[in-house]
Design a protein around this ligand. Structure first.
Ligand code: NAD
Length: 556
């Protein structure tokens, strides 16, 4: 590296170097670096290796009294020494991802105004309408490849947090870097602050956002349209990920932009990808093909419909007609089974409204349809009752039970219940983690259908191939790749997702598949590299310290 990672020609020295998070190595600057770079005396005598620093950071993290303190400590490290932050995170991902992302990031968002120290990302408000492009140009890094954007309306399960929701794009992009090696400078978190419906925030004098009514309708759309265009023009190869938008906007914005920009919605498509991965992986236990399944979803919102739509396109890819594939996906919403005779169905549910008798409750729908899999994305804790679990176990040797609602307290059933009421035969996955359980003397480690298995790899593939679009086909391919990486040891434990410790391998596998699709579908102006896997691997950021090039030059 002879240029600054930001693209600046001049590399800092002395105190400016120690204050530069991309280049700072703290006590790991060697004696010759200290001499050459005007650092002597600015650091204590100790010279550490990066590995010793990682251990030191973990000791400190583990000494913190609670998860929010751990989060703040790690964010402080990210602001101070980016390479050490990522090396620590990658090496301890299973322990630290619940700190830098869910569930702790939810707590951090609730406290964001109070814990806010240093800005990271761009805040665009409704008052910036008409000059969003000039605001994006204020961002110091010019080769942005991934933007995660939210308007803060539906942060995790916490509702409308307005600008406090900025913790989500920041956390998601941290995972892009840790899990798929996207260079930190290529990542831009964006908050579109259009006000908030959370009136409690209006009266909070410390609230960092706009204490105003939330914008809706045409003005909202005009602001979003301007943002999408400005971001795509300012950063020509950028992929934009929509995150935690409210129900009334998420599906709508996805349809509005998916054929015009390189973008996707993680709550819809990322969730669908990881759930489909879970289904593919479950089939290695249950036997049979995806095209043989009867899926019954509880909930017909963003997550469930996103999964249903992706399952249908995968079944069609595997030989079913669209009508046959639709006929294998059933939905129960808050009013009952989604069927053709209902007159209260929103347009996006009608695709799945079958000509079938109406059933008001899940139990009777389950008995009428006899699904091979029940998939909960309804936010209704306990909705998969013992009777329902026993019923699906009656006609399936291995019923597939996915209780995807978050957090754990909202889960449609617990891991314990899923295994207990099916005599240990269920293939279970949940949205939030459950600890291992022992049922009939056998230990099960429940899998977590975490979107992190999918979006970083898709992002890496899109970035490396300079794709102009993100397609559903990429999420189907990603689902297969995740399932490919589940090994026998995982399945023996009842875990249908790979261990998080192997996430970079999973992401690379996805990225190669996604990039192959990009070239096959001619979604890029780039020429396909002869060694695509090698090329993608070479694009992955590694947070291992390198000797400062000026030391070699000056020593010569
Ligand atoms: P949503 O609000 O869009 O959808 C919720 C759906 O549940 C609606 O269709 C609603 O009609 C239905 N519902 C509500 N009460 C019901 C009842 N009593 N019986 C049947 N259906 C009922 O929300 P969403 O974005 O689709 O998220 C749903 C859940 O899925 C959330 O808990 C979310 O945390 C979870 N989720 C999990 C993952 C994951 O595991 N990776 C990803 C995204 C969302």
């Amino acid at each position: 590296m002879s240029k600054h990672p930001s693209g600046l020609e001049k590399l800092p020295r002395g105190i400016d170097l120690l204050h530069d998070p991309a280049l700072n190595k703290g006590t790991a600057f060697t004696a010759s670096e200290r001499k050459a770079l005007e650092l002597e005396g600015l650091l204590p005598p100790l010279i550490s290796t990066q590995q010793q620093q990682v251990q030191h950071i973990m000791n400190n993290v583990r000494r913190k009294p609670n998860n929010l303190e751990k989060y703040l400590y790690l964010i402080g490290l990210q602001d101070r020494n980016e390479q050490l932050f990522y090396k620590t995170l990658i090496e301890h991902l299973e322990e630290l991802s619940p700190i830098v992302y869910t569930p702790t990031v939810g707590l951090a968002c609730q406290e964001y105004s109070r814990v806010f120290r240093r800005p990271r990302g761009i805040f665009i408000t409704k008052h910036h309408h008409g000059h969003i492009r000039s605001i994006l140009r204020n961002w110091p890094y010019k080769d942005v490849r991934i933007i995660v954007v939210t308007d803060g309306e539906r942060i995790l399960g916490l509702g409308d947090l307005g600008s406090n929701g900025m913790g989500i794009p920041v956390g998601k992009l941290t995972l892009y870097t840790a899990c798929a090696g996207i260079t930190p400078n290529a990542c831009l978190p964006v908050m579109i602050d259009v006000g908030t419906g959370n009136k409690g925030l209006w009266s909070d004098p410390e609230y960092i956002g706009l204490p105003e009514e939330r914008l809706h309708g045409k003005e909202y759309d005009a602001l979003m349209d301007e943002f999408m265009e400005a971001a795509s023009k300012t950063f020509p190869h950028v992929m934009i990920q929509l995150e935690d938008f409210g129900n009334r906007n998420a599906l709508r914005l996805l349809e509005r932009y998916r054929n015009h920009y390189c973008m996707f919605d993680d709550d819809i498509q990322g969730t669908a990808g990881v759930a489909l991965a879970g289904l593919y992986s479950a089939l290695s236990v249950t036997g049979g093909k995806i095209t043989d399944q009867q899926l019954l979803f509880l909930g017909a919102g963003e997550a469930a419909l996103g999964i249903g739509n992706l399952v249908v396109s995968s079944m069609v890819d595997q030989g079913l007609s669209e009508d046959e594939a639709l006929g294998r996906c059933w939905f129960v919403d808050s009013k009952g089974l989604v069927v053709g005779s209902r007159t209260d169905l929103a347009q996006h549910k009608r695709r799945f409204a079958h000509d079938f008798p109406f059933h008001r409750d899940l139990f009777s729908a389950v008995n009428a349809i006899k699904p091979t899999a029940i998939i909960g994305a309804s936010g209704q804790p306990g909705a998969f009752t013992p009777e329902i679990l026993q019923a699906v176990a009656k006609w399936n040797k291995h019923p597939i039970v996915f209780a995807l609602s978050n957090p754990t307290s909202q889960s449609e059933c617990t891991a314990q219940d899923a295994y207990h009421y099916t005599n240990g035969h269920a293939v279970f996955a949940s949205g939030s983690p459950f600890p291992p359980v022992v049922v009939h003397g056998r230990q099960f480690v429940p899998g977590q259908a975490n979107n992190v298995y999918v979006f970083p790899g898709v992002g890496l593939g899109v970035m490396a191939s300079e794709s102009t679009r993100v397609t559903d086909e990429m999420f189907s391919a990603a689902a297969r790749c995740v399932a490919d990486k589940v090994i026998r040891e995982d399945l023996e434990l009842g875990r249908i997702f790979p261990s998080l410790s192997r996430i970079r391998e999973v992401s690379l596998h996805i990225a190669i598949a996604v990039a192959r699709l990009v070239f096959a579908r001619q979604l890029t102006a780039m020429k396909q590299p002869s060694d695509l896997p090698g090329f993608i691997k070479s694009r992955m950021y590694s947070p291992v310290y390198q000797t400062d090039p000026r030391v070699k030059t000056e020593a010569e």
